[in-house]
Design a protein around this ligand. Structure first.
Ligand code: ASP
Length: 377
């Protein structure tokens, strides 16, 4: 059976050869190799001599992984896991640190606002042992949407609350309302607004000639924290929380609060999450796909890279560069039930934070395509 799955996987990956050109490709042993020839496989896990994923082997537990902005925060999740706390409570406690940080402009307090200058937050949580999930979208004025998402999971018969309804629910549970737009975020938003067009009445600061940069002066940015944790017993918790795409159209909801897109946990198999262009994950159910690929025997890193290849294949022309390569940021992260972990990015340069028996560290993510060349380089 394992051989059959391997052949299927290999064939599927080979079919992606054209898309993989210039990026990841299959090595001679049938394993994925990155553009620099390095093996794409579970970080921290040992390769089976056959190159096959070996889900039956326990690599190390507990393990916590997150997007790179969670490097400090994952230590909290790890401490709680070691104290025997619930895996979902542990990862939520970790992301709360980033949500509370006004200097992280991708999440919670200080997150970059929508085009009206209002911060709207999205978050989802999933609890492996019960397979329950909760989420909120377009939530205003509450800096810890992940905690509200957990209450949606625990205290309602629903999975997702949005906008005004989510805010009223949070209020009912005693959450404190506050203005999430920090001075720094407001200035960034104002700069974007002032540089939108040469033909409007907004004037930029004196030293910048009006409309000098045109539309590209302040590009939109992505940013989010995804955190996945597995305890010693193998129970998993996952959370994704974000202020979403900066300068978004009010009411825009990304992948982060959508179970199966920005987050998915299956306690029997593993968990996956993502940061970056949410629309790409929404169109491909990326987190669900990663977990399902792990179910067929792929390692976390292989499942992330295969999902990235699928997303690249589905990318419409207007989102590709002159070489036809998808021109946006996207990072995928996954852990397996057995403590293996891995990830992938669309273009080079992405990292993930990992904490296991070897401590907390950042590890480079293999990329499907080379990093973008810097302008003027
Ligand atoms: N995925 C998030 C969204 O599209 C943003 C991000 O991860 O940067 O809303």
């Amino acid at each position: 059976m394992a051989g059959k799955l391997d052949r299927l996987t290999r064939r599927r990956l080979l079919q992606g050869g054209a898309v993989l050109a210039g990026g990841a490709a299959l090595g001679s042993a049938g394993r994925l190799v990155g553009q620099d020839g390095s093996l794409i496989d579970d970080f921290g896990g040992k390769q089976a001599p056959s190159g096959k994923a070996e889900p039956s082997r326990l690599i190390s537990r507990p393990v916590v992984i997150s997007s790179a902005n969670g490097l400090k925060a994952i230590e909290t999740a790890m401490r709680m896991l070691k104290e025997g706390k619930d895996p979902l409570d542990s990862v939520i406690a970790a992301v709360n640190i980033v949500e509370d940080d006004p200097n992280d402009h991708s999440v919670g307090l200080g997150g970059l606002p929508n085009e009206d200058g209002v911060v709207e937050l999205d978050a989802s949580v999933m609890h492996g042992p019960t397979h329950k999930a909760g989420a909120v979208a377009s939530l205003r004025n509450i800096k810890n949407p992940s905690c509200v998402a957990r209450l949606v999971m625990k205290r309602t018969d629903h999975v997702l609350l949005v906008g005004e309804g989510a805010l009223r629910f949070a209020r009912a549970h005693g959450f404190k309302e506050e203005n999430l737009l920090t001075e720094d975020s407001r200035k960034k938003w104002l700069k974007w607004k002032e540089s939108l067009s040469k033909d409007d009445d907004w004037l930029e600061e004196e030293e910048t000639p009006k409309g000098a940069g045109g539309k590209e002066a302040v590009p939109f940015t992505w940013g989010t924290i995804n955190c996945l944790g597995i305890n010693e017993k193998g129970d998993i918790g996952g959370v994704t929380t974000t202020s979403g795409l900066s300068w978004k159209i009010p009411g825009r909801v990304g992948d982060s609060p959508i179970i199966g897109a920005g987050l998915y946990v299956d306690n029997e198999v593993g968990a996956a999450g993502s940061t970056g262009r949410g629309e790409a994950n929404l169109q491909n159910c990326s987190s669900f796909l990663i977990v399902e690929l792990m179910r067929t025997g792929l390692s976390p890193a292989q499942a992330c890279m295969e999902t990235m290849r699928r997303i690249a294949q589905h990318t419409e022309k207007r989102l590709r560069d002159e070489k036809g390569v998808p021109d946006y940021e996207l990072s995928l992260y996954a852990i397996s039930k057995y403590g293996a972990f891995g990830g992938a990015t669309m273009r080079g340069g992405g990292k993930m934070a990992v904490m296991d028996k070897d401590g907390a560290r950042l590890v480079e993510l293999p990329s499907l395509y080379p990093a973008k060349e810097k302008r003027g380089a």
